[in-house]
Each structure stands twice: as structure tokens, then as C-alpha cells.
Design a protein around this ligand. Structure first.
Ligand code: ATP
Length: 601
């Protein structure tokens, strides 16, 4: 493994993650330059790969010459024919055996270069995704990003292999065939120059037709698989409404359509396949007739006919290969552009040069804060004023869409105020290094985000080594002890994908334990809306109270019963704070909060 890591090591002075981003920036809009840039420091690996390819492939180029020479020796009754046959046979065996180690070396160097670029690009994308702002991620579908990291990088890897190796290999193959031909017979060379490209283009024209019908069939298959998925998902509804017959009928029609496309594809494929093959053979026969005639005239030796037959086939196949590379290259360049959309995005959080916080007290002041989301034309927050003292718990309540989660996003620093100021410990949030601030912040989101490790991994996420004592203290305070003791593997229980093996309430308590163990100064808590039974609610409430103790806590509360213990309650409406005070004060006031409470109880 170590030696592999050495092979993948970046050339001196290059750190792939940042270099690849820089390479995109310098060559913006010039995909070929970007591609070349990705291999900076690794070009020699491609040169070596081409050299080994040349040696490995020598047997293929030499064989037609050897065959022709043997036939010529026999037909011209060369007295050294036996020695020559032995020499040629030995040479061919040597070249064929050499093919194996040379092929290994060729793949080794080629793969080192392309895998390095592939990994570097993925690392650069991962780094950039971690730098991009939350608003970028909110707006970009995760499936798209996944496709860039997996499929576009794959397409670039394939583009590199073809650009740097296939094209060189093709050029070498054609050059060898033409050089040998011209040195032996300029007339045959001219014949090749005219007929080989025509043969290749005609063959490719037929292959393109095949591709079109292949595409139509693939699309119909994709449609079918989507319909099957939909049908399976709908089965409970279909059965409940006794619509089985209709569904079977619908699917049968779709399956028939696939069969029809498949049948047409079979016919077209066989027709164009055989026509393409026949055209190639006709050209080969013309070549045979032409060289046969030249041999009859005494212009070339009889044995050279086989040589020209092989080289003609090589040239036609190589020209076809160039034509078939065109879509791969187009796709690769498109993928370079697609990755550039992420790597060149300016939507990053700018922390450089801003004040780095060592300590956070947790005092907040919202001063006439206005905020609007990028793609929204109206302000979500419209002159919000709010003061939160150090260690205070403030509950945000209000109708759906009032702007409560938006306020939490400003406290997280995920978004900055469009107008007005959000001050933290008297410092404007837009002037501080948010990464240093977030070291003192913990977030308990509405839907707890767990990953597929153990409960222990999920609680200690990002904390490094944590003492068992500290971990158990967090577990206890988050009211998780009873649950963990009831599990056979305790803290080492695997929670499944997204924590799917735990209930909603349990997941939230794991989230609370994760927040507790970080011992933060500021807590942002978006209460789960899902209905919980009274016992779960009580367990969570206690856990929240333990978490909030002596820490500045912002809670978006959906169940008004849970905020009795909050120090202050802010009623948010249309992006403003319209009522503010303790629970008792607001109840006494008999205003909006009082009315809301009355509806919920
Ligand atoms: P709820 O109680 O339903 O969660 P909320 O009070 O937390 O609501 P917010 O989520 O802050 O409300 O949303 C306030 C307004 O901002 C809504 O009108 C919403 O549609 C809009 N909004 C929220 N997020 C975005 C976004 N990323 N882009 C554009 N508009 C957004």
C-alpha cells in the first residue's frame, strides 16, 4: 500500500487539491489547457507509457514484414531460407514474449498518471465542496454534485487516456504502416492514401446509423425501468383500489414497445453490421487485386501482398478508431467544463484575514436586520431587533414561514445579514472568521443527521480522542443511558444508514449528546416537529435543559409546551420580532403568544 501511495505522490511543489483549482482558474474556458495542467509534473509518465507501448506493439508491426520476407525467400528460392526462417521465428517469439512485461510497464505508467489526476480532481472537488457556502449547497441538487465527482471525473480519465495514448498509438500504427509501405512501394502508398480513408469513412457512416437505433432502444429501456420502479412503488395503492388489471395492461404495452424497438435494433444492427463488413472486405479485395496485379507485373514481390493486406487493414481500422474517438473527446471536454462550474464557483465563505476568535461568550444583538435569500425577491427578515444575553435561552416561536429558521442560519453564520448588523460579543458576524466561531457552536437540527457508524462515532464526531468519562457524561445528560444499556452492543451499536435503526426521538438525543460533548458556548436547536409521545418528549426536554444550561441557546420551538423553561420568548412574524418577554410576561400580556398557546392547548 505504501509503495502505491508513493506512486500517487504529487510532484514536488504541487499540492493537487489547490493546484487543480488554480489550474482551472488560470485556464478558464480552455479545456485542453486545463487537461494538460492536470498532468503537470507527470508528463514523463505518458512519454514512458508511449515508449513501452511502442516496444510492446512491435510484434504486430513486424509480423507482416516477417511473413512477407519468408514467402519472398521461398518464392525467390533464397539459399539461406532455412537460417532466415529460424532467425525470423526466434525474433517473433522474442517480441511476443517481450509483449508481456512491456504491456505491464505501459499500463503501470499510464495508470499512475491518469489515476493521479483522477484522485487529485476528486480531492479538489471534495475540498471545494467543503468551502462552498451553505446557500450554494441548498441550491444545488446533491445528485448533480455526485455525478460530477464520479461520472465527470471518469469521463476526464477516459479523455486523458484517449488524448495522450490512443491518439499517439493510432498515429504510431498509421505511421509505421505508411513508412514501411512508402519505403517498399510508393505506388501502393498512394493507393493506401486514397482508398483507406474512404473505406474508414464509409464504414463509420454505417456504424453511426447503428448507434442511433441503439440510443432509441436504450431510451425505451430507461423508460421501462422507470415505469417498473413506479409500478412497484404504487403496488399498495394499486391493490387497495383493485387496479391490478389496468397496471398489467399498461406495463404490457410498455414491454411490447421495448420488444419492437429491440426487434428493429436487431435487424438494423445485422443489416448495417454486414454491409459495413462487406464494404471493408471489398476494399481489402480491391487492395488484394491491386497488389496482386503489381506482383504479376513484377513491381513488387509476391510475399509483399500479405504485408500490404495487413497494413491496409491496420490503416483502415486506425482511421475508424480516430473517428470513433470524437464523441469520447467531446464528452470529456464537456466534463472538464462541468467540473469547472464547481471548482470556479465564487460562492465560498470568505474567512481569510478576518478576526480569529479564541473565546466566545455568546452574547448576541440583532440590529435592524434585513435578509433576503438570493433567489427570492422579498425580504425574509425585515428589521429584526433582538438582544440575547450570555447564557440565556431564547425560544423563537411564530407561524410557519415567519423566518425562525432563517434567524438560526444567521446565528450559525451560514448566511450574513443583507442589511443591518448581527453582533456576537459585540463583533459584527461579517468581520469574524466563522470557522473559529463555530468551534464554540453546536447545532441540533430538526431532522437529526446521523451517519452510518456506531452511536459512539456519531456522538464523538470530529472530537478526536474523547475520554470514556466525558463521553458517558454526555450520554447521561442527553438521557441516552437507558437506551444504550438496553442495546447488546451499547455505544458500539451500528445505527444504520442515516441512523435508520433508531427512532426519531432517539436520533435527536444522539444529536444532543453530540452537541453536549463539544461543550459549546452557543447552541442552535431546531426542535423536531414530529409528534412524540409524552415519555419521549419528556426525555428530550430534560436533555435540552441539560444542554442549554449556562449556554446561549436559540431554540425554534414548535411545541409551545416545551418552552416554559426558556429565559425569553421571541414571537416572530413576517421577519420581525413582534413580542418579546418571559413566558409569564407574554401570557399576562394576552397578545399573539397567548393566542397561539390557547390554540395549541
Ligand atoms: P417553519 O416554522 O415552517 O420552519 P420558519 O419560520 O422557520 O418556518 P423560514 O424557514 O425561516 O421560516 O423561511 C422564511 C421564508 O423564507 C419562507 O417564506 C421560505 O419560503 C423562505 N426561504 C427559506 N429558505 C429559503 C431559501 N433557501 N431560498 C429562498 N427562500 C427561502
Amino acid at each position: 500500500m505504501k509503495s502505491f501511495e508513493n506512486k500517487m505522490r504529487a510532484p514536488k511543489g504541487i499540492e493537487p487539491e489547490s493546484w487543480f483549482i488554480e489550474c482551472y482558474r488560470r485556464n478558464n474556458g480552455r479545456p485542453l489547457k486545463v487537461l494538460l495542467g492536470l498532468y503537470k509534473g507527470n508528463y514523463y509518465k505518458f512519454v514512458l507509457a508511449v515508449l513501452f507501448f511502442f516496444i510492446k506493439h512491435a510484434c504486430v508491426w513486424v509480423l507482416p514484414i516477417v511473413t512477407a520476407n519468408i514467402i519472398n525467400d521461398i518464392t525467390t528460392k533464397n539459399p539461406n531460407v532455412v537460417q532466415n526462417i529460424i532467425m525470423y521465428t526466434a525474433l517473433m517469439i522474442f517480441l511476443i514474449v517481450l509483449n508481456v512485461p512491456m504491456n505491464y510497464l505501459y499500463v503501470d505508467y499510464k495508470s499512475q498518471a491518469t489515476r493521479y489526476a483522477e484522485t487529485g480532481l476528486r480531492k479538489a472537488l471534495v475540498l471545494k465542496l467543503q468551502q462552498l457556502s451553505i446557500s450554494y449547497h441548498t441550491e444545488t441538487m446533491s445528485g448533480k454534485l455526485q455525478s460530477k465527482i464520479i461520472r465527470d471525473v471518469e469521463a476526464i480519465e477516459s479523455l486523458s487516456t484517449h488524448m495522450f495514448l490512443s491518439i499517439l498509438n493510432i498515429a504510431l500504427n498509421i505511421a509505421v504502416a505508411l513508412v514501411v509501405t512508402i519505403s517498399k512501394s510508393p505506388v501502393v502508398f498512394l493507393f493506401f492514401l486514397v482508398t483507406a480513408p474512404i473505406a474508414a469513412f464509409v464504414m463509420m457512416a454505417f456504424r453511426t446509423r447503428m448507434k442511433e437505433s441503439n440510443k432509441a432502444f436504450r431510451k425505451e429501456m430507461e423508460e421501462t425501468s422507470a415505469r417498473v420502479m413506479e409500478m412497484v412503488e404504487l403496488i399498495p395503492v394499486t391493490r387497495a383500489h383493485a387496479l391490478e388489471k389496468e397496471e398489467v395492461h399498461k406495463m404490457s404495452a410498455q414491454l411490447l414497445a421495448v420488444a419492437e424497438k429491440g426487434y428493429r435494433l436487431d435487424l438494423i444492427q445485422s443489416l448495417f453490421g454486414s454491409v459495413g463488413w462487406a464494404i471493408f472486405q471489398i476494399f481489402q479485395i480491391i487492395c488484394l487485386g491491386f497488389t496482386g496485379y503489381l506482383a504479376f507485373q513484377g513491381d513488387i514481390l509476391a510475399g509483399d501482398i500479405t504485408l500490404y493486406q495487413s497494413y491496409f487493414a491496420t490503416i483502415v481500422n486506425q482511421v475508424s478508431a480516430v473517428i470513433s474517438l470524437v464523441p469520447i473527446i467531446a464528452k470529456g471536454f464537456e466534463s472538464i467544463t462541468s467540473i469547472g462550474e464547481v471548482l470556479l464557483s465564487e460562492e465560498v465563505e470568505h474567512n481569510e484575514g478576518k478576526e480569529i476568535l479564541e473565546n466566545v461568550e455568546g452574547e448576541f444583538s440583532f440590529e435592524n436586520v434585513h435578509f433576503h435569500y438570493k433567489d427570492s425577491d422579498k425580504n425574509t427578515l425585515r428589521g429584526l431587533n433582538l438582544k440575547v444575553k450570555k447564557g440565556e435561552t431564547i425560544a423563537l416561536v411564530g407561524e410557519s414561514g415567519a423566518g425562525k429558521s432563517t434567524i438560526l442560519n444567521l446565528v450559525n453564520g451560514f448566511y450574513l445579514a443583507t442589511n443591518g448588523r448581527v453582533l456576537m460579543d459585540g463583533k459584527d458576524m461579517s468581520a469574524i472568521d466563522l470557522r473559529s466561531y463555530r468551534k464554540h457552536l453546536a447545532v441540533v437540527p430538526q431532522t437529526s443527521i446521523l451517519f452510518s457508524g456506531t452511536i459512539r462515532d456519531n456522538i464523538t464526531y470530529g472530537c478526536g480522542v474523547v475520554s470514556e468519562e466525558r463521553l458517558m457524561a454526555a450520554v447521561k445528560a442527553a438521557n441516552l443511558l437507558e437506551l444504550i444499556e438496553s442495546l447488546p452492543d451499547g455505544l458500539n451499536t451500528v445505527v444504520g444508514e442515516h441512523g435508520g435503526k433508531l427512532s426519531g426521538g432517539q436520533r435527536q438525543r444522539v444529536s444532543i449528546a453530540r452537541a453536549l460533548i463539544r461543550d459549546p458556548k452557543v447552541i442552535v436547536l431546531d426542535e423536531a416537529t414530529s409528534a412524540l409521545d409524552t415519555i419521549s418528549e419528556k426525555l428530550i426536554q430534560e436533555a435540552i435543559n441539560n444542554l442549554a444550561k449556562d449556554r446561549t441557546t436559540f431554540i425554534v420551538a414548535h411545541r409551545l409546551s416545551t418552552i416554559r423553561d426558556a429565559d425569553k420568548i421571541a414571537v416572530i412574524s413576517a421577519g420581525r420580532c413582534i413580542e418579546y418577554g418571559t413566558y409569564d410576561e407574554l401570557m399576562e400580556k394576552q397578545g399573539v403568544f397567548y393566542e397561539m398557546k390557547k390554540v395549541q392547548s
